[in-house]
Design a protein around this ligand. Structure first.
Ligand code: ZN
Length: 260
């Protein structure tokens, strides 16, 4: 354990404030992120933050769990795991995560009449309605979906394989005419070495029994709620593996491989 490391104040709080400097009420306009996608791509799957801790920073979000044990879905302040068999189960506050991002959801803008034949179509339809491509957005869409395809990831054992290898055999699941909630985030292109640039969406069925990371979908005439998020709190890992990691390359291609 890195007892000495804590002294370095590597509690690593990097506050990127895009806002105009006014005091914000109760940090509800803040997206809080734990670790980064490139760190996850590098195989850092050891949990570092508890789900209880993550839930103090938001009531909606996504991520994964210790040893990459499933897809995280946070909705209405409850943390769920989409297991590698596609089933969703509630998660105890003591469980740990190596990567998560959450915010408190307050809808700022609704995008109605959304019809899309694919996830790329939905992304394009949403993007056309954004006031700016340079902010972070949280999305929540409660509705009926003609089709949803999700994946999850199975728990890994050491030595951890890279995520780009694991997803080659990822279990996928499909639903037709399913009710549920789509949720996630859109990050600006300039945040691409912290998170997924563009939309990253997870899905949970209305009965909260199934879900995962969304690979594709189709929907007709649905309404999405968007929360404009003008500030980002980036918590960095203090694990030895992260401290030694050589970051700074371009993760764009690797992120495409693991997200699509
Ligand atoms: Zn995901």
């Amino acid at each position: 354990m890195l007892a000495g490391m804590k002294c370095f104040c590597l509690s690593a709080l990097l506050l990127l404030a895009f806002a105009n400097g006014e005091a914000r009420a109760a940090d509800r306009e803040l997206l809080t992120q734990y670790s980064t996608i490139p760190a996850l791509l590098a195989g850092l799957y050891d949990g570092e933050w508890t789900c209880a801790e993550v839930l103090t920073s938001g009531d909606i979000g996504l991520g994964t769990f210790d040893q990459l044990d499933g897809e995280m879905i946070v909705l209405d302040g409850q943390c769920y795991r989409a297991r590698s068999d596609g089933r969703v189960v509630p998660v105890a506050g003591s469980e740990k995560t190596p990567f998560a991002c959450v915010t408190f959801f307050d809808a700022d803008l609704a995008v109605s009449n959304l019809t899309a034949g694919s996830i790329a179509g939905l992304a394009a339809a949403l993007d056309r309605q954004l006031p700016s491509a340079n902010l972070v957005y949280a999305l929540r869409l409660d509705g009926t979906f003609a089709y949803v395809k999700t994946r999850s990831v199975p728990r890994q054992t050491k030595p951890f394989r890279p995520l780009t290898e694991i997803v080659k055999t990822q279990p996928t699941f499909e639903w037709k005419n399913v009710r549920g909630t789509l949720l996630g985030f859109r990050f600006p292109i300039f945040a691409k070495e912290l998170n997924v640039a563009g939309w990253h969406l997870h899905f949970i069925t209305a009965d909260r029994q199934h879900g995962g990371h969304v690979l594709d979908l189709r929907l007709t005439n649905q309404t999405a709620q968007l929360d404009l998020t003008p500030a980002l709190q980036q918590n960095l890992s203090t694990h030895a593996a992260f401290l030694k990691l050589d970051l700074g390359g371009d993760s764009t291609e690797a992120i495409k491989k693991v997200e699509k």
